[in-house]
Design a binder for this molecule. Structure first.
Ligand code: G2I
Length: 445
């Protein structure tokens, strides 16, 4: 049992008071990531390293902005059980104690993973490995029982690429596919209150890997294997951008009856492009009712695992970046992070024909935010009868009674940083008319 549990029980009243204060604060002005996300019924978390908690700007930024913490490395197997049956929780306790002292909840990361695995585990024979795996899960979860809102029980068990196969690891190679199911069953027994997640990367859109995870989760739900959530790491850069079906992919997992969480979000880049991508990710989560929270993989670019890519919301000096403003705006917050000014929300809509053939064409409309960030936009597209729209993308259209006027609102792409753009498109059957559609004024809020 965690040594400071008694102290925690004693401070539970204090934490409840803190939560009330936070709620009251939310009602006034959601001017932090955590309070804005709380206004949407979500947590907003960060990966936290115990070694940086002594840096005042690091702790101040963490404490001000975030409502959930994930120990970045401190709960991994090499940190918690470096030698068999010898458990050390010193660093992980530092993160948990700090977070809980600030009224934050904690994500547990991670119990069974092929990486950061001490070499003694890999040298065990199957029966012994099974015992060691179950013991590790039970010991670590029992130490933090009641203190973790969600656990990454198994991390990254599938291969990249087109095979959809399981990744080779001591667990996979010696115990077979069943190790994942066994890990979840052991985890449920150890802390029945914690949500149990499968967590992976390159599963953010529909592809062979995410399809394989989807099939596993579907099977688990059908057979009553205890699984509550799927974590989408969401490490993005120019080679691996936010997929266009990100929201749809989150939704198809949610439709299996599990929560979805964005667990390790970071997006390499800078300025408007980075801000727009962040806004889109947040918008996708908010559009999926079972997307219960977002965690960014670090507080500041300075300590990111890929700091060269400046992928986070605060720069190396803890200044809020345009990406911060975009996230706050997408969460419905009031934009306190500096920059953006207090201008009026505005946008423009411009039309282009992006493809044309005998009896049809594709139209594309570019929506560009004005000098201030916007959280949503709307415009109209008017066709000349007897033209008819046969398909749309990146938008949510409604039609007037004539069927000629389409009012268009965003699907996942409502949130735009100042000056940033998004596009939506549609396919039209000409039905004999070669007229170009008329795009109306753009309005934003
Ligand atoms: O690789 C990014 C993440 C992918 N998903 C699972 C996450 O657990 C993983 O996190 C990263 C941490 O951000 C890094 O900080 O996992 C890495 C290890 O696979 C972590 O890097 C390790 C270094 O490899 C070690 O040399 C170092 O001692 O961080 C350790 C502590 O700073």
């Amino acid at each position: 049992m965690h040594l400071t549990s008694l102290l925690r029980a004693a401070t539970a009243g204090l934490l409840a008071a803190t939560a009330l204060t936070a709620a009251a604060h939310t009602a006034e002005a959601a001017d932090t990531l955590g309070s804005a996300a709380a206004g949407k019924g979500r947590y907003f978390g960060a990966a936290v390293s115990a070694s940086h908690l002594g840096e005042s700007a690091y702790a101040a930024t963490l404490d001000r902005e975030f409502t959930s913490a994930t120990p970045e490395n401190e709960m991994k197997w090499d940190a918690t059980e470096p030698a068999r049956d010898s458990f050390t929780f010193t660093s992980a306790d530092q993160v948990v104690d700090h977070a809980r002292g600030q009224g934050m909840s904690v994500r547990g990361h991670t119990l069974v993973w092929h990486s950061q695995l001490p070499s003694w585990v890999g040298s065990l024979a199957a029966a012994d490995l099974r015992t060691a795996m179950n013991n590790h899960i039970t010991q670590v979860m029992t130490h933090y029982k009641g203190e973790i809102h969600s656990w990454d029980v198994v991390n990254e068990a599938f291969q990249d690429g087109g095979s959809g196969a399981r990744r080779s690891s001591p667990f996979q190679d010696k115990l077979g596919d069943g190790f994942i199911e066994e890990a979840f069953r052991t985890a449920r027994a150890a802390d029945p209150a914690a949500k149990l997640c499968y967590n992976d990367y390159n599963t953010d859109g529909a592809n062979a890997k995410s399809n394989a995870v989807y099939a596993m989760v579907k099977d688990f739900k059908a057979r009553g294997v205890p699984i509550d959530c799927v974590g989408f790491q969401s490490h993005f850069n120019s080679a691996s951008p936010v997929p266009s079906d990100y929201q749809a992919n989150l939704q198809r997992f949610a439709d299996l009856g599990v929560d979805v969480q964005i667990t390790e979000l970071d997006i390499e880049g800078s300025g408007t492009a980075q801000a727009t991508a962040y806004g889109n990710v947040v918008g996708a989560c908010l559009a999926v009712s079972r997307c219960t929270g977002i965690t960014v993989w670090g507080v500041t670019d300075k300590y990111s695992w890929r700091s060269g890519g400046t992928p986070l919301l605060f720069d190396a000096n803890y200044a809020a970046k345009p990406a911060y403003d975009a996230v706050l705006t997408a969460l419905g917050g009031s934009g306190g992070g500096g920059g953006g000014g207090g201008g009026t929300a505005a946008c423009t809509a411009t039309y282009a024909t992006s493809a044309q053939w005998n009896d049809g064409y594709n139209g594309q409309v570019t929506i560009t935010a004005g000098t201030t960030a916007i959280s949503t936009w709307t415009t109209t597209v008017t066709l000349t009868s007897p033209q008819k729209v046969t398909a749309t993308w990146n938008s949510t259209p409604t039609w007037d009674t004539t069927g000629n006027v389409m009012t268009v609102r965003p699907s996942w792409n409502g949130s735009l940083a100042a000056g940033a753009s998004t596009t939506f498109g549609f396919t039209v059957a000409k039905n004999g008319s070669a007229a170009v559609p008329a795009v109306g004024a753009c309005t934003a809020s």
